[in-house]
Design a protein around this ligand. Structure first.
Ligand SMILES: Cc1ncc(COP(=O)(O)O)c(C=O)c1O
Length: 395
């Protein structure tokens, strides 16, 4: 039995609003808020450097817990400001090795920011970006991916769960193809880690990027990068400093031997400690358990939405997740978001900018995105449906 009373008692924000924007930022549990506040109070009381010296164990816990979360070693984790920074270290780092005519393979549901980076590197380096088509279910087609592999492919770079829908791309199948071909594989797991079990060994990815604030329920301004062993010799970090490297002689330096080479010296210590608390909290629930619960909620949510006239559920793929997206005939997604907000219900809306290839392919300008977590309830979904009926009837 899932202890929903404990989940909600640990989540002060759950009393204030119906929070269906967990893919934006999950509500922090009390233990995370306390960890953040305690460290900030300590910094104010004794000084920032001194507070850092006193909390090395809690900081180190963030690496160990992140490693446990994605099944790797603690020294394969770099803790950075957000998923974008993590991803840019990986992508722009490996992009330094690209030559004109090299190809990168990506997914139709690729995250907008990532795609902008591909376009920039295509312009700078003359590489070719190829998006792997979807199969009939709407997920990346593994057959198509296999057929697109050739000697020129230098990176497979995929968004696991897109920003604009409930699709889960077949990360493990992609990993098998990448490994067989010996092609580096970068997985943007920003929306999946914390929501569902994610195991870098099982997936076979070389690099994986995560944010703290979404399904992990950690503080904003935190994220991490998993850097697999094969990548450390393949490319250097784009930038170095006194933390990622050591100045060993007037004309020499040594780069850190592990993933810490992708960090820099100054960082958000309270955030790191808060992230450790969030990871420990998620691990204590067990991601298998919380995933099963949120999947039950999402399935029931989609069923109720589908039963409403004029509402179309937009989630595609053979496997879906807790991100529920839909459109309503004649009402803009932005308006639904606004009207829900006026009823203390948090949702968001995704536009073409968020994932242009996918949105154009499906001829969508926008969708409402209601993303559930395990601390949400069926009762909240019922209230949401009442609110939606009201909005539809008055428009
Ligand atoms: C798929 C995906 N990747 C990356 C990011 C960026 O994450 P962050 O804001 O932590 O940099 C997002 C944020 O929405 C996202 O949806």
């Amino acid at each position: 039995m899932f202890d929903i009373n404990k989940a909600r008692a640990d989540t002060p924000g759950a009393d204030n609003r119906i929070h269906f924007n967990n893919a934006g930022a999950g509500l922090m549990p009390t233990c995370v808020v306390d960890a953040l506040k305690t460290h900030i109070d300590l910094e104010a009381a004794i000084g920032g450097y001194e507070a850092a010296d006193q909390t090395t164990e809690q900081q180190q816990r963030a690496y160990v817990a992140a490693a446990e979360m994605v099944n790797c070693k603690a020294n394969q984790i770099a803790i950075v400001e957000n998923a974008t920074v993590a991803w840019c270290h990986a992508f722009y780092g490996i992009a330094e090795t690209f030559k004109p005519g090299d190809r990168i393979l990506t997914a139709m549901a690729e995250y907008g920011s990532n795609y902008i980076s591909y376009l920039q590197i295509a312009k700078r380096k003359g590489i070719v970006i190829d998006a792997v088509p979807n199969d009939e279910s709407g997920q990346l087609s593994l057959d198509a991916l296999e057929n697109m592999i050739d000697d020129r492919v230098k990176l497979i770079t995929i968004t696991h769960v897109p920003t604009n829908g409930g699709l889960v791309n077949p990360a493990v199948g992609i990993g098998k193809i990448a490994r067989a071909a010996g092609i580096p594989y970068l997985l943007d797991a920003c929306q999946s880690v914390g929501q569902m079990p994610v195991d870098v060994e099982e997936i076979g990815c070389d690099m994986l990027t995560v944010t703290g604030r979404k399904y992990l329920r950690g503080p904003r301004g935190t994220g991490f990068l998993y850097m697999g062993p094969a990548m450390l010799d393949r490319f250097e970090p784009l930038t170095l400093d006194n933390h990622s490297a050591t100045w060993t002689a007037t004309d020499a330096y040594e780069i850190k031997p592990d993933a810490l080479r992708f960090e820099n010296w100054e960082n958000y210590i309270a955030g790191k400690i808060g992230l450790a608390a969030a990871l420990d909290y998620a691990l204590a629930w067990g991601v298998d358990n919380t995933h099963a619960r949120l999947m039950g909620l999402a399935t029931s949510f989609r069923a109720q939405l589908s039963a409403r006239k004029g509402v179309v559920v937009r989630d595609i793929g053979a496997e879906t997740c807790g991100i529920v997206t839909f459109t309503v005939d004649g009402i803009e997604p932005a308006q639904i978001k606004q009207e829900m907000a006026s009823r203390a219900i948090n949702v968001t809306h995704s536009t073409r900018f968020s994932s242009r290839l996918d949105m154009e392919d499906r001829d969508l300008d926008g969708v409402v995105r209601a993303s559930v977590h395990y601390y949400n309830t069926e009762g909240e979904i019922d209230q949401f449906m009442i609110a939606l009926d009201e909005i539809i009837s008055k428009n």
